[in-house]
Structures are given as C-alpha cells and as structure tokens.
Design a protein around this ligand. Structure first.
Ligand code: MN
Length: 257
C-alpha cells in the first residue's frame, strides 16, 4: 500500500515536471519573465534631457501660424521642419561614427565637448546645440504667451534688473549687438544669479556652465521673411509670445540642480 502511494506521488511529480517542460518550450522566455526595463538612454540622461539615441525632432507644440503676433507661419514651418530637422539629422549622422556617445544625452554631450573625438567635436557642438536650442525655443513660446512675467521668475527679474522693462531693454540690446548668427539668453549662472548673455552660432549656455531659462534666436532664418534686416523689431515683437509658465518651470529646474 505504502509502496503504491510512493509510486503515485512519483508519477505525479514526473507528470508535473513534464508539463512545466512543455510549457517552457512553447512560450518564449520573454512571456515568462518580464523583459528587464533597461532603457538605452537611462544611464546618461538625467530627467528631462534630450536623447541622442537617436535624436528626434519634437513636434511643434502649436500650429505654424499660432505665434503670428511675433513670427509668421512660413518662417515657423521652415524653421522647425527644415532648420531644426537638419540639426537633428546631422547630429545623428555624426554619432553613427561614435555609437558609444549615443548613450549620452544631448545636454551631456554639450557640457563636455572637450571629451569628444576631434573629428566630430565641431559637428556635435553645432548640431547638438542646434537641436537643444530650438527644442527650448519652441517650448518657451506660446500662443497664450506674452505680457508681464509671472511667478518666481518675475520677482527674480525685478531683483536682478530693477524691472521687467529694464530687463527687456538689456536683453533686446544684447540680441541686437550679437554680430552675425547666434542667440541671446537669460541664464542662471553657476553662482545662481540671473544673467543676460549671448552665444555665437548654435552654442548653448550649458557648455559654459550656465542654465538657459529663456533664449531668442537671432539667426536671420528666424526673422528675415517678415522683418528683413529689422532685427530690433523682431526682438521687440517676440515678447508677445514668451511663455512665462515654461520659463518658470525652467527656473525651478535650474534651482534644483
Ligand atoms: Mn534657428
């Protein structure tokens, strides 16, 4: 009797083992064990930073014509669909030569340009810069923008520049004085202070340790169709679309670093 019971148990165990074996052969390993959620960019990309694996053109957050109080639809279309797209394309092309660098974020590449191989350094500087600059640019504008600054950035601007009018005047002056192509920025410098600065070409302030809060593109491609050589008029109208909510969000992010 005992012998019979032992044999039955053995039979059951063997049957169960066979069943498990059959199940494991019929289902893929992924189905049994959840695939590890390793994201290729997770190592290098701090929260909110842009992936270079590959870099992707973000969609415009509004219609081409939505910022018409400052920028015409045709300029927006060319600027986003052609100029920005080209920076993304060129960055990706350069990084195919150095696949290990694709694991860094766009920001990380720009923060440490000297660590890049010389053969692609300038290409990355120009095109990672172009990608980051324009991504920030679309976000810090809005059809519902303009008017006086709001939130904490309004107080910070008043403390640093005396008034919004003063700040705007200095910013427009700096943008007008930037010779050739480049950008004019409001940054949080490494000492935590607000500062107006300009960069040539597609250089981004993070390369020199500053965090960009607000930036205007003073390349001719940003304004020439509508304003021709009247950069000052473009700089002045641009305040009609500044998205202070997003600038405040960037200020928060900068302050947490
Ligand atoms: Mn541009």
């Amino acid at each position: 009797m005992k012998n019979h019971l032992t044999r039955s148990i053995r039979f059951l165990v063997a049957g169960a083992a066979l069943l498990l074996l059959l199940i494991s052969c019929q289902t893929s390993p992924q189905a049994q064990i959840p695939a590890p959620t390793i994201q290729p960019t997770a190592v290098a990309s701090s929260e909110g930073e842009l992936s270079a694996n590959p870099a992707q053109l973000p969609p415009l957050p509004y219609d081409y014509g939505a910022l018409a109080t400052a920028i015409d639809a045709e300029t927006m279309k060319l600027h986003h669909d052609r100029h920005h797209a080209a920076y993304v394309e060129n960055l990706n092309a350069a990084l195919t030569q150095q696949p290990n660098l694709q694991n860094r974020s766009v920001e990380a590449l720009l923060r440490d340009l000297n660590s890049l191989p010389e053969a692609i350094r300038t290409t990355v500087q120009n095109n990672a810069g172009g990608h980051l600059n324009h991504t920030i640019f679309w976000q810090i504008m809005s059809p519902n923008g303009g008017g006086q600054p709001t939130g904490e950035i309004a107080q910070a601007i008043n403390q640093s520049f005396g008034s919004f009018d003063n700040f705007r005047k200095q910013f427009n002056q700096a943008g007008g004085d930037r010779f050739g192509s480049g950008w004019v920025w409001l940054v949080r410098n490494p000492q935590g202070q607000l500062q107006i600065t300009t960069t040539p070409n597609q250089d981004n302030p993070i390369t020199t340790g500053n965090f960009p809060l607000l930036g205007n593109d003073v390349w001719e491609h940003a304004y020439y169709l509508r304003y021709q050589n009247r950069r000052a008029e473009y700089l002045s109208n641009w305040w009609n679309v500044v998205n202070w909510q997003e600038v405040n969000r960037r200020w928060q992010r900068a302050s947490q670093r």
